[in-house]
Design a protein around this ligand. Structure first.
Ligand code: SF4
Length: 296
């Protein structure tokens, strides 16, 4: 991809997500380290569910050791590989106390020496906790970098090194979050939402989806439901499971009330919670939240 296209691609992502943030919950560098270590082969949602209670009881290595491995396992037993992860968390907590005075080191080599901490986890911690311009390559970033042609590579490390060269210096701090969120919600693994993609014109992916392919197929013999790409979006449009993503909420708010949607995790959680909603409810809630934050 040409240099000026890469710069334009990041301009678009920055415009769409001016203040991107990760979705793992934490309260300090230590809990961030633990949350990232627990998130290997698990979703952020499942980790957050487990750590909310855990971090109230143990938000430091000392408290984690006092809590003990048995209680830790109770908290995280819903996360895959929890036995191994619990052992790693106990061991890394002990090492933090023995070698780093109980603090998380701002040093890649020291981080990678901790049990259960690899290059990816170290990059996330350095980026989020210490503001270092590192890019942790997970499955989403790996896919987006290869599909778009931004930083092709056969391994996560090759992609990371290619991204380091390709990403403009002023975009490096947030590149990790922009690419992850883009991969998670738009450039999805099985069916990328290319018609709604803000970087579509810079992307070199040859098999981009079309409106027809992105639209859900009506089940045989059943009345087709609402088709986001075909039917007009009104206040009555239901926010169905398929369409309640950031990109569509942004499109609707812009069209319905001229509002620029700034990615807001709490708001998207509200949009996605179990109750039935229409786009009218979404617009009303967004405006209510905006008014509330302006009056503070
Ligand atoms: S155009 Fe499609 S393949 Fe390319 S980045 Fe966007 S969603 Fe991904």
């Amino acid at each position: 991809m040409r240099k000026k296209d890469i710069a334009a691609l990041f301009d678009r992502l920055a415009e769409a997500m001016p203040a991107p943030k990760g979705e793992l919950e934490y309260v300090n560098p230590y809990t961030l380290l633990v949350a990232v270590a627990l998130s290997a082969q698990a979703t952020d949602v499942s980790v957050n569910k487990a750590t909310r209670g855990l971090f109230q009881e143990a938000d430091s290595p000392e408290k984690m050791l006092a809590l003990g491995e048995g209680r830790l396992k109770e908290h995280i037993k819903t996360i895959g590989l929890f036995n191994t992860k619990a052992k790693n968390v106990m061991a890394l907590s002990r090492l933090l106390i023995e070698h780093h005075g109980g603090a998380v080191p701002r040093d890649r080599e020291a981080l990678e020496k901790l049990p259960g901490v690899g290059r990816k986890t170290a990059n996330v911690v350095l980026n989020i906790a210490f503001g270092e311009p590192t890019i942790a390559v997970d499955t989403h970033i790996f896919r987006v970098a290869n599909r778009t042609g931004l930083a092709p590579g056969k391994t996560p490390l090759a992609v990371e090194l290619a991204l380091e060269k390709a990403v403009p210096a002023e975009r490096k701090l947030h590149a990790h979050h922009w690419l992850i969120l883009h991969g998670r919600y738009v450039c999805k693994a099985r069916k990328p939402d290319c018609p709604a993609c803000v970087v579509r014109d810079y992307c070199g992916f040859k098999a981009k989806t079309t409106l027809e392919a992105a639209a859900p197929k009506a089940a045989k013999g059943k009345r087709p439901g609402f088709d986001w790409h075909r039917d007009p979006i009104t206040r009555e449009t239901p926010v169905t499971t398929t369409y309640r993503n950031t990109q569509n909420v942004r499109r609707f708010l812009k069209a319905a009330c001229g509002e620029d949607f700034v990615f807001d995790r709490a708001f998207m959680r509200w949009v996605k919670d179990g109750s039935r909603k229409t786009m009218g409810d979404v617009a009303d809630e967004w405006l209510r939240r905006q008014t509330r934050s302006e009056s503070r």
